[in-house]
Structure formats: C-alpha cells, structure tokens
Design a protein around this ligand. Structure first.
Ligand SMILES: *Cc1c(COP(=O)(O)O)cnc(C)c1O
Length: 367
C-alpha cells in the first residue's frame, strides 16, 4: 500500500512524541490460545448477543448523551445515585477523562510499578508526570512508599486493586490508610477492573460513600466477557462525576455497547460462570506451577503472575513455541490469563521445556 514519503511538518506535543507506545503480545498471530490480554475465555451469553443484534437496527441513531439506561441499571443494583455514575467506552477511557479533568501540566500522578502499562501513557498524554512507586517484595502496592512519593504537585494517586499484572490485593484497611493519609486535594483513583475475581472483599464503592475524593473504575471487559464491545463505568462524588462528564466527548458509550452491557449486567448466572471458570483455572495453574518449583502470588484476577525475573522473555518464547501467547515483562515476570485448561497446560509444558524441574528452588528460577 502507498505510504506518503514525506513526513508531516506538523509536530505532536512533546509529551506525545516521547510517550511509550502500547505493546502487543509477541506471536499473537501464530498461536492457538491467547493468554496475553486478560480476555474472558468464555464468550458473551446468547442473551447478550441477542441484545446486541436487536439493537443493530437502531444503529443510525445516537445513543443517549450519558448512557442513561445503563446508568439506571447500575444505580439500582449498586445503590448509588445516578449523578455519581459515569459510563463510557471502557474504564480506561473514563480514567483518561478523569486525569484530563483533574491533572495536567506541572502536576504529578503517583501509581505503583509494576502495574498496568496504560497508566504512564494516560498520565503522560494529559501532560502530567507519572511517579511510579515500586511494589513491595510480595508484589503488592507499598502504601508507605506511595505516601512518601506525594509532593505539593501530586493531584492524583492510582491504585490498581487487584493489581495488573501481579494479581495481588490490597486490604481495605490499607486503602483506607492511604485515603486518610493523603492531602485532602489528592484524588484516589481505585481501578477495580478485576474486582469480581477478587479473593478478598474489595469494595471501593463503600469508600466512595465515605470519602469524596475517591473514584472507583470498573469494566465490562473482564468478568462480563465484553472486552470487544468497550463498556465501563466509574463511581464518584457527584461533583467529580460532573467534571469528568464535562471533560469527555459526548456519546462515549455506543448504542450496541449499552445494550450488551445491560444484558450482561442482568445475566448474573453467566457472570458467575465466567468467574468460576477463572477461579478454577488460576488455582490449577498456581498449583501446577508450584509443583515445578515456581511460587506465584495469590491472584485476585483472571491471570496468574509467574515471577521468573530475568527468564521472562525466554519463558514467553517457549510459550509461543507451545502455541500460547502470554505477556512478558522483561526482568520481572510473565502474566498468564487463565480460563482455558489447554492453554494452561501449554504454559506448563513450556515451563517444563525449559527444564525447570520440581527439584529446582524458586530462587534459582527468579534469580
Ligand atoms: C483490563 C483492564 C482495564 C479495562 O479497561 P477497559 O478500557 O474497560 O477495557 C482497566 N484497568 C486494568 C488494570 C485492566 O487490566
């Protein structure tokens, strides 16, 4: 295909040209199983598919300005006022709008690292400075270190709970300690994309009720199996919600996404099935990894973190050779999405192929 030879003379903002680019998992096109993007291995239920198909005939019409019908459904079950709910085309988009509304040039946003790779990009785009804070030795958010990273310029702090890619959970007491210790002007953004899979009671909503500077982000992409549809929601104080709506383009939630999300929200049996499949898969993978001398942190998400350190890339290559894509973080570990036993077995076969026998100790694996 023809690509213009001369580049544009228009220059992007400096922060944009310097941004890291989103990465795609290696070998995605050659593999049989995708365990690299934390998608649900279970497709949406027939009821959800039917709702999407039925809505297609109205696709010439704009959706409601703010996804009113989905907001009403969420409000009824979650028992929060509609004014506190913002829906959009994925929770990442909502996080982006929140950062645009509350942060920007000469402000800082504190977040854990390793955590979700989108954070430094979303923060950078709005012109703010990401301030990464290392996880502790158990791969968990280090609340004291995050508090110590706060300066006069800090406008927001992001907590990914359970954390992507390590799956670790932060207890409510620790989150509450963080909320009550930060300066009153700092927004605490709780990314609960994996809340439905958590092993502990993760409930940012009760914190939103108590503290006006707390925002919770949730998604239909994981436990509702709708990653391809793009739907998410956030819960905040009405004033915060209003400012985020103001900062976002209108009609952020498509008509089809609203119909699919509403049907998925109503189909609680199907969501429970997705969660059950994930819980089963992650227990299996963790148990089998342990037999091979590979200790993994308890996961509250739809993936397992293999902390293999400097051997991450090597393990990823072996996984692709066994026809399964995984996400490697060089020098840190490998994240494996669960929910398909054949894919989990392929990952275990890849581990075996690297001769990480059950006799070797974890230290040598993670060196
Ligand atoms: C998958 C994921 C999301 C979901 O993003 P959507 O835009 O709703 O698909 C958000 N945060 C984290 C940490 C995730 O892993």
């Amino acid at each position: 295909m023809h690509v213009p030879a001369a580049g544009p003379t228009a220059r992007p903002r400096r922060v944009v040209s310097d941004l890291p680019r989103y990465s795609r998992a290696a070998g995605l096109n050659e593999v049989r199983w995708r365990a690299s993007s934390n998608e649900s291995t279970v497709p949406p239920s027939p009821r959800v598919q039917q709702a999407i198909v039925e809505t297609a005939a109205q696709a010439h019409l704009y959706p409601s300005l703010q996804g009113d019908l989905l907001v009403a459904d969420l409000s009824a079950r979650l028992q929060v006022a509609p004014e506190q709910i913002v829906v959009g085309g994925g929770s990442l988009a909502l996080l982006q709008h929140t950062l645009a509304a509350y942060t920007g040039a000469e402000t800082e946003v504190v977040h854990a690292w390793r955590s979700y790779e989108a954070y430094p990009i979303l923060i950078g785009v709005v012109g703010a400075t990401p301030v990464p804070v290392a996880l502790d030795a158990t791969h968990t958010h280090d609340v004291d270190a995050m508090l110590a990273a706060i300066t006069w310029s800090t406008q927001a702090i992001i907590v990914c709970n359970p954390n992507n890619p390590t799956g670790t959970e932060l207890p409510r007491s620790e989150i509450e300690r963080l909320i009550t210790s930060v300066p009153a002007n700092v927004l605490v953004l709780l990314d609960e994309a994996y809340q439905e899979f958590a092993t502990t009671d993760i409930d940012g909503l009760s914190l939103v009720r108590q503290y006006p500077n707390v925002v919770v982000f949730r998604t239909f992409s994981k436990a509702y199996g709708l990653a391809g549809l793009r739907a998410g929601y956030m819960i905040a104080h009405p004033e915060v919600a209003d400012n985020v709506r103001a900062a976002a383009p209108p009609f952020g939630l498509s008509l089809l996404a609203e119909a699919g999300a509403r049907a998925a929200w109503a189909d609680t049996t199907h969501t429970k099935h997705i969660v059950d499949v994930v819980c089963d898969g992650r227990e299996y993978l963790r148990r089998e990894a342990a037999k091979r001398g590979l200790d993994t942190p308890v996961s509250g998400a739809n993936f397992v973190w293999l902390p293999v350190g400097s051997r991450a890339t090597e393990l990823q290559k072996a996984c692709v050779a066994h026809r399964v894509s995984v996400r490697a973080f060089d020098g840190e570990g490998v994240r494996v999405t669960v929910g398909d036993r054949d894919a989990e077995d392929a990952v275990l076969a890849a581990i075996d192929s690297l001769q990480w026998a059950a006799t070797s100790d974890t230290r040598s694996l993670a060196d």
